[in-house]
Design a protein around this ligand. Structure first.
Ligand SMILES: NC(=O)c1ccc[n+]([C@@H]2O[C@H](COP(=O)([O-])OP(=O)(O)OC[C@H]3O[C@@H](n4cnc5c(N)ncnc54)[C@H](OP(=O)(O)O)[C@@H]3O)[C@@H](O)[C@H]2O)c1
Length: 352
């Protein structure tokens, strides 16, 4: 990798931000200087990078002077306000929020699927939704070989997907439940311990889908470049601390067997097959937590489709890693190794 970069992380103290810092460190990303930014609440807090303490600063618009790459993971509102300022300062932004994902001028990238889109950026590259990344990274090698024309996604989403505060809420509500104490949820809309509920994103009154489900559908169309794919999703929050699980049922254009799926995925980047039927051992969020790979198993024929074109499988992925921080750092690695980092000053027409 080439020149050492000045890197900023907006949202450095959050669930994703902390993982971003660790990913940059363990993947030896070429960092010359790192700026850790968060809200005024975290000003002065110390985090560690490459064995040295780094003091967290308050996110303000002047913090992006001289920054080469800025990772944003502080929510859509903060991205909408500060990303344009970071780009105007000359930084390339890799944004974890949903603020710019569906902007036709902004590449939405999973490096295993559409790395070529990175080169088309005009200052902003969007990281997809975590459920989308975990669903479609393993589907891509299959889709390329035998087009997927229909997809049914059902998610079992962990607390960590809703941030550090939701993880605390799961722990605290579980502790209260076990000690027969009352607990009032403040982060998620319903009691979390020993419960599950429909995803906590906003509902679309017209079609009855929540925002998370619509993100999975629309982002898949954009990343795979196949808006004809028929997709539906049901997204559910489950009382798991970390790593999302998903059931994927898909119908291909031509007949396909579970063995063909296994061989397509056997050497696919970022995928690990865990399909030990005899032991009833399949992907689990506990096994996926802290891992870079998406675990794939329960690969079987859909018995409800006699045409032999449909497969069901079950996947688990650490959505703080491949679903967020790792994917973002992989994008940054591509940017640097391809030498395509365009400064925003070279690209005046950033659509915002
Ligand atoms: N969690 C996931 O699995 C996941 C996956 C993909 C994408 N994302 C996206 O990544 C973003 C962060 O998610 P998260 O789960 O890491 O959330 P989080 O744990 O709640 O962290 C939020 C971060 O944003 C900072 N922040 C909040 N308000 C701010 C303000 N007014 N000014 C500056 N910084 C502020 C927080 O700083 P303080 O600590 O100072 O409050 C913290 O560093 C969201 O857009 C989310 O949709 C998350």
């Amino acid at each position: 990798m080439s020149a050492q970069q000045i890197v900023a992380i907006a949202g450095a103290t959050g669930a994703v931000g902390v993982e971003l810092l660790q990913c940059l460190e363990r993947r030896n990303f070429p960092v010359r200087e790192i700026r850790l930014l968060a809200s005024a609440r975290s000003k002065g807090k110390q985090l560690s990078f490459q064995g040295k303490p780094v003091v967290v600063e308050e996110l303000t618009e002047n913090k992006f002077e001289g920054v080469d790459i800025a990772f944003f993971s502080a929510g859509g509102k903060i991205s909408r306000e500060f990303v344009p300022r970071a780009v105007a300062c000359g930084a390339v932004v890799i944004d974890n929020s949903s603020a710019f994902r569906m902007d036709p001028e902004v590449p939405l990238v999973i490096p295993e699927i559409n790395p070529e889109a990175i080169g088309k950026h005009r200052g902003i590259i969007a990281n997809p939704n975590c459920s989308t990344i975990i669903a479609i990274t393993p589907l891509w090698p299959i889709h390329r070989s035998n087009r997927i024309r229909r997809l049914i996604v059902t998610t079992y989403q962990a607390a960590s997907g809703a941030g550090a505060a939701a993880m605390r809420e799961l722990l605290e509500s579980t502790h209260a439940y076990l000690h027969d104490k009352p607990h009032q949820p403040t982060v998620l809309p319903h009691p979390y311990a020993f419960n599950l509920f429909s995803h906590n994103s906003a509902m679309n009154a017209e079609n009855g889908y929540n925002e998370e489900e619509l993100k999975v559908i629309k982002e898949t169309w954009k990343i795979m470049g196949d808006p004809e794919m028929r997709i539906t999703a049901t997204c559910v929050r489950v009382p798991v601390l970390r790593a999302h699980s998903e059931s994927l049922l898909f119908e291909c254009e031509a007949p396909i067997t579970p063995d063909e799926v296994r061989s397509l995925l056997a050497n696919a980047p970022g995928i690990r097959i865990v399909d030990r039927t005899a032991e009833n051992y399949f992907p689990m969020p506990r096994d996926a937590s802290g891992r870079d790979e998406i675990l794939v198993g329960r690969i079987r024929k859909d018995l409800s489709d006699p045409s032999g074109r449909s497969i069901v499988m079950f996947v688990c992925g650490d959505q703080l890693l491949k679903g967020a921080a790792l994917n973002a750092v992989q994008i940054a690695e591509h940017l640097i190794s391809a030498g395509r980092k365009l400064s925003a000053t070279q690209t005046s027409a950033v659509p915002l």
